[in-house]
Ligand binder design. Sequence first.
Ligand code: NAD
Length: 373
Amino acid sequence: MSANTARVHKATPEEASSLVVEDITRAASRLAGFDGHEKVLLGRDDRRGLTAIIAIHDTTLGPALGGTRIWMHDGFDAAVTDALRLSRGMTLKAAIAGLPLGGGKAVIRADAKHDKTPELFDAYAEMLAQVHDSYITAEDVGMTLADADYLRARTPNVAGTTIGGSGNPSAFTAEGVFLGIRAALKHKTGSDALAGRSVAIQGLGAVGRALADRLAGAGARLIVADIDRQRTADAATGLGAAVAAPDEILTAAVDVLAPCALGGVINQRNIGLLKAGIVAGSSNNQLLHHDDAIALKERGILYAPDYVINAGGLVNVAAEVDADGYDKAKVEARIAEIPATLSTIFAEAERSGKATNQVAFEMAEARIAAGRR
Ligand code: NAD
């Protein structure tokens, strides 16, 4: 792993002594619906203010890669559940993107605005170092590039950093989503041209804004929403986008709905109200429930499974730990495969009558099973 070349800060014995890492795999497996994780670790350091969960879901295809989310979940079980759910998603995302990686994710139960301290990160770096051969972390909600750099100076298993890394992956995610939207249009209408097509984007953050730029450049008409009014104002001025209220964007009358803000936004309450013919965006866990994809299919709405279309960022981060070193051209070539993967999924869903996310799940599982053999 090329990441091993980083200079590693050695913790003092006093620092190391206050971290306690406990294997909670068996206890975690009793949480509803989660019984397949290889290892779940709880790290506690009361002196340095750390409560962290590292969930390693599956390492059949390679070391588990997935970011660290810093979030004050509503209770400890909610934090563990989030780590378990997200790590399982990373296994599928890596497998379907054809990466030699497994799935993992970590949660630090803390308020990212107030609780992040060097001491907390020192303790977390020690915990990461204990799983350096099976888990590689990166940014997620609450964890910045600077935080990742700080950890990387202390333990090698951190990607998405500026230290020998490639920095923020959002532009790569946006590129994959852009190509995925074109593949969905092609499947649905026979043409992948964006000129004259309308796209509603929920969330103009790092991915949503980069996606908006790409779509506008290709001639699409945009309707955008964000709770940050400055972001919608900038898109209106810079891209000629129409602005919708955050609670109206999901039901906009458009060709494509691109959720790029939150998870769980497509659900039984609103599927009947959607007017878009395609749902294709960057958000993780866009569907509140797996079966919501069946309801979308019944309404004739084509759903691009989130972990397939939003894999560009992971592809980029994964390239940092490639044995041959980071190669941008290789990253772009792999992201260019996302539309072909989606087209295969769309065609198979049509042939089999299954929902697109079920087809994607089976494809990912088949790759993992082949790896196991
Ligand atoms: P971000 O935090 O930069 O942007 C999110 C945007 O959504 C912000 O502008 C925020 O104000 C807005 N928002 C929040 N609540 C909203 C609401 N109710 N209505 C409208 N807008 C709202 O995040 P990001 O990095 O752009 O990621 C966007 C989504 O894509 C997330 O779900 C993330 O998990 C997912 N994702 C991101 C990447 C990546 O490379 N950054 C990779 C894979 C998946």
